[in-house]
Design a protein. Structure first.
Length: 766
């Protein structure tokens, strides 16, 4: 009776042989015939024949002799250096094998010396026993094996022969390695990936977060909080594995390094604390760090970086880039609502021009250094507006004295030179706290913003890094705006007539006429430049009755992101209780126009983010109010970018759900579906992309664009789709040869999978 045992190992192995009880002729005949029978079987299966290899032969000799000496049939030995097939192969010098298998067998008792005929019978007996055993048979026809060698030893006690057949495939050793032992990295238990449950989609993204720039490897993670979650321990980190395009080519086996840890050229691992120390992001919420340099020897190669994710000191996951189509939605068209007062008409007379004169006062002085020349100012003065602002530093009583006295001195000068009635002159004098608040917010001085004015005067010096004197000089301004009136000819263009009426209405505080003029200007697409001049800007900014139409007009600005518009918004948000629903909606539309594009910048510096009004201040304006769906979705499109900048996951989810629901209900075409899932991908919600497109794929309704988005999501988010479904999607995408080949060439690491590579080579390499 023949007893047999098998072992299949995808590891390294070696070989050796020798036996005194078999003659040399018997030995080589048995080896030749048994090897011939096995290779004949492989030929019938259209597989390559196994070639002999000295290292595998030596490993087979060692083990056959061990079994004969100890009268056992097993794969394990006692000597730790020869304990397993892997150890025996290494012991015999076969360290270049990446795949190994071993078959062992014990014959029936034999009669010695043996003849050629009995050797042939024995060879067939051993072969048939192995062929009829599923495990041994699998080794014999394994397509991955290229080499195989045999050895025999006689057990003199029982007159049986022990045979060992060692299979192997030599692996690739990628040149230019920086470490002989992969920096000592070991593989973790595959279950370690379970530690990332709940945010595994963001972990998969790490492969796309690494890029090569000018011979350097960089990691750019959008969510610093997620980074801290993934790399929670000092022994957590990552290492970059550089894969050359030439390692994955059609017509030959993938030339991936035989190391169980890496496949290309491995860079030095970097662990959590070193990663954090190297963070170069401008934003407080991003993570940007250089991971290393590409070795000079391979800098001219077509390389792609892969990520070895290290958890608790061991390699937990192997991640690489998969091209993804992703995009945000643009703002939808939202039309402001105008207040057009009934029974109000434009008039052909009013303020046609305004001239602003600056008065230069030295600090702590109420007399100008020089007086501006008023001799050429002209006649027909309608009114004069004097503004005297003091900076907020210094003593409040002294400031009150100086800004009042300066305004008074300007008034005396104008009265004297222009011979004006005092009733035509208005004065505004105060400390410029409004601009101070804006400046503190711009420079992220939250501690000062929380204080009362009297305390700010004492504490601003705690921030010596701020150029306070420069800021204070901007707060100080002393000027006079002189307005001139005239009759307008009958052929005056409508825009000019409306501008004249707006100037006049503001000075006369005729809010109905002002709103009528702004309605005409909006309908004609004009925003007069004087709206940002003193005193008109202050009146427009501070008058609740005008807010609705001012906000509407500002939406027409080609670049609404300017300090005056931001100050207007901030002033309005402090008095929302005085505003109508339509005024609030227009402010909401304006806020989105101002903030949306700025927030799309990926690594937004904190100082720039501080210039954007926080969503919570805008949300307060929307409470218990109903606005148009367009205004609301634009608000959430802006909010999601803001919350994305600060990694506020709770509020990201709220805005994400609103946006997905809004656009999901408007899906009418496959192009709409494609845009929706690109939005899902932008926020790393790959499971939603798969869930949305999979039913449509099964119904054969996807167009080319949506089909490729589904294929990309399936290959990236492996947890969300099984391999069989992914391959079906890939085959469908392959119909579009140009796009399919371009994608698989750019994401060539996907061709690690045999089936995907076969498909690529069949379609793209023909």
């Amino acid at each position: 009776m023949i007893r047999i045992i098998f072992l299949f190992l995808a590891i390294l192995l070696l070989n050796n042989t020798g036996n005194a009880q078999l003659s040399a002729d018997n030995y080589w005949q048995l080896k030749s015939e048994l090897a011939g029978l096995i290779n004949k079987l492989r030929t019938e299966k259209k597989l390559k024949s196994l070639a002999f290899d000295h290292s595998l032969e030596q490993a087979a000799v060692i083990h056959s002799e061990f079994m004969a000496l100890n009268h056992v049939l097993k794969h394990e030995e006692i000597d730790p250096k020869k304990l397993s097939p892997k150890a025996r192969v290494n012991f015999c010098g076969g360290t270049d094998f990446e795949m190994v298998g071993e078959n062992v067998i014990q014959s029936t008792p034999q009669t010695f010396p043996m003849t050629k005929e009995t050797i042939s019978v024995l060879a067939k007996e051993l072969y048939e026993a192995w062929r009829k055993s599923p495990g041994h048979y699998a080794n014999m026809i394994n397509k991955n094996y290229e080499l195989g060698d045999l050895a025999f030893a006689v057990d003199n006690t029982n007159n049986v022969i022990y045979a060992t057949h060692v299979f192997g495939r030599k692996g690739t050793v990628v040149p230019n390695q920086l470490s002989k032992n992969g920096f000592g990295l070991k593989l973790a238990d595959p279950k370690c990936a379970d530690k990332f449950e709940g945010y595994i989609n963001l972990v998969y993204n790490l492969g796309n977060d690494v890029s090569l720039r000018d011979g350097e490897v960089w990691l750019e993670v959008s969510d610093k909080a997620t980074f801290n979650t993934i790399f929670s321990s000092p022994k957590d980190g990552l290492a970059i594995d550089l894969i050359d395009r030439e390692q994955i080519r059609c017509g030959k086996e993938n030339q991936l390094d035989m190391s169980p840890v890496y496949d290309g050229v491995l860079l030095r691992p970097i662990f959590r604390d070193e990663l954090k120390k190297g963070n170069q992001a401008e934003s407080d919420y991003r993570f940007v760090v250089k991971l290393g340099d590409v070795p000079a020897e391979i800098q001219n190669r077509k390389l792609k970086p892969s990520v070895l994710l290290i958890k608790d000191g061991e390699v937990c996951m192997y991640l690489f880039e998969v091209c993804q189509e992703r995009d945000q939605y643009k703002l939808v068209s939202a039309t402001p609502k105008l207040m057009d007062p009934p029974n109000t008409a434009l008039v052909p007379h009013g303020i046609v021009k305004s001239v602003t004169l600056d008065y230069d006062f030295a600090p702590r002085d109420s007399v100008p250094k020089t007086y501006p020349d008023l001799s050429s100012v002209g006649k027909n003065v309608h009114s004069v507006y004097i503004q005297s602002y003091s900076s907020v530093d210094g003593d409040s009583l002294s400031n009150a004295y100086y800004h009042y006295m300066r305004a008074k001195k300007i008034k005396e000068h104008i009265k004297l030179k222009l011979h004006l009635n005092e009733s035509l002159i208005q004065m505004d004098y105060q400390e410029n706290w409004e601009l101070m608040d804006y400046q503190m917010r711009y420079y992220l001085l939250d501690d000062l913003l929380a204080m009362k004015h009297k305390d700010i005067r004492l504490k601003y010096k705690d921030h010596p890094e701020i150029a306070w004197q420069k800021l204070f000089s901007k707060q100080r301004r002393s000027c006079a705006t002189i307005n001139f009136e005239a009759d307008l000819p009958s052929n005056t263009p409508l825009n000019v007539l409306a501008e004249t009426n707006l100037r006049t209405a503001l000075i006369n505080k005729d809010w109905n006429l002002a709103n009528k003029a702004m309605t005409v200007l909006y309908k004609n697409g004009k925003v007069p430049a004087f709206m940002f001049e003193i005193p008109f800007y202050d009146l427009l900014k501070d008058t609740p009755e005008l807010t609705q139409n001012v906000a509407a007009l500002f939406t027409l600005l080609p670049e609404p992101d300017r300090q005056e518009v931001n100050l207007f918004l901030m002033a309005c948000l402090t008095r929302t209780s005085t505003l109508t629903n339509d005024a609030r909606e227009n402010l909401l539309i304006l806020y989105s126009l101002i903030s949306f594009e700025k927030l799309k910048v990926w690594d937004l510096p904190a100082q720039q983010l501080a210039k954007i009004i926080e969503p919570k201040k805008v949300l307060a304006m929307t409470q218990n109010r109903t606005f148009s769906p367009e205004a609301m979705v634009n608000m959430h499109l802006t909010f999601i970018n803001y919350f994305g900048q600060i990694n506020d996951s709770k509020n990201i989810s709220k805005s994400f759900d609103y946006i997905a629901d809004y656009f999901g209900k408007k899906v009418l075409s496959m192009e709409d579906n494609a845009q929706l899932v690109r939005f899902f991908n932008y926020w790393s919600m790959y499971h939603l992309t798969i869930n949305r497109l999979k039913p449509l794929f099964l119904e054969k309704k996807l167009n080319k664009e949506a089909l490729f988005i589904l294929a990309q999501a399936c290959t990236l988010y492996q947890k969300g789709s099984d391999a069989a479904f992914t391959f079906e999607v890939m085959k469908a995408a392959a119909v579009y040869k140009k796009e399919f080949c371009g994608w698989l060439n750019a994401s060539f690491q996907l061709q690690r999978e045999d089936e995907i590579k076969k498909l690529y080579c069949k379609i793209c390499d023909s």
